[in-house]
Design a protein around this ligand. Structure first.
Ligand code: MLT
Length: 251
């Protein structure tokens, strides 16, 4: 089993994904939102890159759907929900499709579609994701969404936690790129949750009034076994649940 890590959504455009299981990571906040929405009973989450694509998709879906997402961290004008995971409650999303467009996270999905399988990870579900990857036993690419083409601390740290979990169970895994080797020690940094709060995107979210989202997304206390997994619904890529037996809102 080989494991690689990409630093940004943009770096995925030139990567060879053939035969790989890809894990998209956007801790703040897209993959935390996707996990929360499915955990709350959303039917499926459709990740799209642009606002226009989101509006077009809404016209084609027959079942009830919500337009969700952000630009510059704020809810897009006219959309039902922004990118705050705690707003994706059962009463808001249960039984509905979520059409989600975000700056980096949903772009990482679009740029990785050549993968054999795609799943979404965040600090909310990284243990379940790592266990699932061990079961699948395929070559893995952890795709950090990053922040507008630059590395982000929290995505790299989440990749490191997944990588270290896998290596601890299967030491013969081969770590490929220099970036993958570089992020390995992050998981063992003392007081990682506090350090993550110093990350640039984290600071921006706090400054814009989204500190509740930061606390929710960076807390690994509320682990869930939800593993958002990409499939095609009416030929559109959508994330649905493969496995769920816990509720992150019940803690
Ligand atoms: C993104 O996809 O860029 C993020 O989810 C941005 C955000 O925190 O809203």
């Amino acid at each position: 089993m080989n494991i690689d890590v990409l630093p940004t959504a943009q770096s995925a455009t030139t990567y060879d994904f053939s035969g790989k299981v890809s894990v998209i990571i956007d801790v703040l906040r897209a993959t935390s939102v996707i996990t929360s929405a499915l955990n709350s009973g959303a039917t499926a989450v459709y990740p799209v890159s642009t606002i226009d694509e989101a509006l077009q998709l809404k016209k084609t879906l027959s079942s009830p759907s919500l337009l969700c997402g952000e630009r510059n961290a704020d809810r897009i004008e006219g959309f039902d929900l922004g990118n705050s995971p705690q707003h994706f409650t059962p009463s808001a999303v249960c039984g509905k499709n979520i059409i989600l467009t975000t700056t980096n996270g949903t772009l990482a999905f679009s740029n990785s579609l050549a993968s054999q399988n795609i799943i979404a990870a965040s600090l909310l579900n990284y243990v379940a994701v790592a266990e699932q990857l061990l079961c699948l036993s395929s070559d893995i690419c952890l795709v950090c969404a990053g922040n507008n083409g630059t590395v982000s601390f929290e995505d790299s740290a989440c990749a490191s936690l997944i990588l270290n979990h896998i290596v601890s169970r299967y030491p013969r895994v081969r770590v490929l790129s220099d970036f993958a080797h570089t992020i390995v020690p992050l998981a063992t940094l003392p007081d990682l949750p506090t350090r993550l709060r110093q990350g640039q995107h984290c600071q921006k979210l706090v400054a814009k009034g989204y500190s509740h989202d930061v606390e929710f997304c960076l807390s690994s206390a509320s682990q869930t076994s939800v593993i958002p997994t990409l499939c095609y619904v009416s030929s559109k890529p959508a994330l649905t649940i493969v496995q769920s037996d816990s509720n992150i809102y019940s803690a």
